[in-house]
Design a protein around this ligand. Structure first.
Ligand SMILES: *Cc1c(COP(=O)(O)O)cnc(C)c1O
Length: 362
C-alpha cells in the first residue's frame, strides 16, 4: 500500500489512488503506442477518443438532456469569471449575481469590467457564514443571466437546490462541488468548473453549455475567449491541456465504477457527518463556522476557542499525517476539504484525531 497522507487540501486536492496508479502505469506507454499521451498530437485518434469519451462521461454522470455541449478550456474558473460576461452580457442588460461569498464576489467584480451588474441576493454579514436563501433572489427585468456559486469553497457553504429562472439563463460556478451530489443540471444554461477540486488536476476547466446560448459570440471577443470557438471545434481549436483531460477521464471513470453521482453523494454525506459530528458533539470545544442548513459536504470550516489551540491543532495534526487543515487566509481558522476522492478512512481518522485532541486539551 502506498504511503499516502490524509489529504484535506482545498485545491489542487486529493485524487483517487487508483487513478494515480493507472496514470503511473500508462505514463511511459499509453495503450501500447510506446509514448505517453502527452507526447502525441492532440489530433491523434488516441487523444480524440479521450476528448470524445470524456465529454460523454460528463453527459452520462450528470444525466444531461440533449442540447448541451461539454467543452474543455484553460485559464481556470477565474477566466470564466470574465468569459461569461464577455460572451453573454449584452449592452443594456444586467448580469445578476448571487453574492454568497468570496468566489461569487470575484465573479461579480469581473463582470463589472464588461457591463452592468445586479446583486440578486447577498449573504448576511453578521453571525455564522451563510448563503442567501433561494427565495431572496430578485431578478431584474433586463437580466442577461443569473450567476450562482454552488459551493463557496472558502466559507464551507453549499447550495443543494437551485432556482428556477424561467427564460433567464442560469449560470453556475461549480468548481468545488460538481459531481458531489445529485442536482438538476437541466436548470442550468451554463456550468463551469476548474478541475482541480473535484475532477482532476489543474489545467483544464470544464464548461457545460446549452448550444443555443453560444451559437455566435460577439465578434469583438478574442478567438480564445469565445465559447463558439470551442463549440465549433470540439475543444480542439488549439492544443488543449491534454494530460489534464486524460486525468479527468480517469477520474470520471472512477466515479462511474464506484456507482456514479448518487454513490458519491452518499459517501460524501457519511464522510462529512463524521467530522460535523465531532464538531457538534464537542460541547463547544470545536465550533462550525457555517450555519447548519448551509453546511457544505465538500469544505468543512471550523474553529477552536483560541489561536494557541488552533496552532497546536495544526502542528499536532501535521505530525499525525494530516495535510491541508489550515483555513483560507481570508477567513482563517480551520478547514477540511472532503472532495469525492478523499477516502472515508481519512475522514474517520480526522474525526478520531479531533476527539483525541479534545480529550487532551479540553
Ligand atoms: C477554486 C475556485 C475558483 C478558482 O478556480 P481557478 O481554477 O483557480 O481559477 C473559482 N470558484 C470556486 C467556487 C472555486 O472553488
Amino acid at each position: 500500500m502506498a504511503n499516502r497522507a490524509y489529504n484535506f487540501n482545498a485545491g489542487p486536492a486529493a485524487l483517487p489512488l487508483e487513478v494515480l496508479q493507472q496514470a503511473q502505469e500508462e505514463i511511459v506507454d499509453y495503450g501500447g503506442i510506446g509514448m505517453s499521451i502527452m507526447e502525441i498530437s492532440h489530433r491523434s485518434k488516441q487523444y480524440e477518443q479521450i476528448n470524445d469519451e470524456t465529454q460523454q462521461l460528463v453527459k452520462e454522470l450528470l444525466e444531461l438532456p440533449s442540447g448541451y455541449k461539454v467543452l474543455f478550456l484553460q485559464g481556470g474558473a477565474s477566466t470564466q469569471f470574465a468569459m461569461v460576461p464577455m460572451n453573454l452580457l449584452a449592452p443594456g442588460r444586467k448580469g445578476a449575481y448571487v453574492l454568497s461569498g468570496s468566489w461569487a464576489d470575484k465573479a461579480y467584480k469581473e463582470a463589472k469590467l464588461f457591463g452592468d451588474t445586479y446583486a440578486a441576493a447577498a449573504s448576511k454579514e453578521e453571525g455564522p457564514l451563510n448563503l442567501p436563501s433561494l427565495d431572496e433572489i430578485q431578478l431584474p427585468e433586463d437580466a442577461a443571466y443569473l450567476h450562482i456559486t454552488s459551493n463557496e469553497t472558502i466559507a464551507g457553504t453549499q447550495y443543494t437546490t437551485f432556482p428556477q429562472t424561467g427564460s433567464v439563463p442560469l449560470i453556475g460556478d461549480m468548481s468545488s462541488d460538481i459531481l458531489s451530489h445529485r442536482f438538476d443540471a437541466s436548470l442550468f444554461s451554463l456550468i463551469y468548473a476548474g478541475a482541480q477540486k473535484n475532477l482532476g488536476p489543474s489545467g483544464v476547466t470544464l464548461v457545460i453549455v446549452r448550444e443555443d446560448l453560444v451559437k455566435e459570440s460577439p465578434k469583438t471577443i478574442p478567438t480564445m475567449l469565445r465559447y463558439d470557438t470551442y463549440v465549433k471545434n470540439n475543444s480542439l481549436y488549439n492544443t488543449p491541456p491534454v494530460y489534464s483531460v486524460y486525468m479527468m477521464n480517469l477520474v470520471l471513470k472512477w466515479i462511474q465504477r464506484n456507482g456514479g453521482i448518487d454513490a458519491m453523494e452518499k459517501m460524501n454525506r457519511e464522510k462529512t457527518a463524521l467530522i460535523y459530528d465531532a464538531i457538534d458533539n464537542s460541547g463547544g470545544f470545536y465550533e462550525g463556522m457555517a450555519v447548519k442548513q448551509d453546511r457544505s459536504i465538500m469544505n468543512i470550516t471550523f474553529k477552536l476557542q483560541s489561536d494557541e489551540l488552533e496552532k497546536k491543532f495544526i502542528e499536532e495534526s501535521a505530525a499525525n499525517g494530516f495535510v491541508g487543515l489550515k483555513g483560507h487566509r481570508s477567513v482563517g481558522h480551520l478547514r477540511a476539504s472532503t472532495y469525492n476522492a478523499v477516502p472515508y478512512e481519512s475522514c474517520k481518522a480526522l474525526a478520531d484525531f479531533m476527539a483525541d485532541f479534545q480529550r487532551r486539551n479540553g
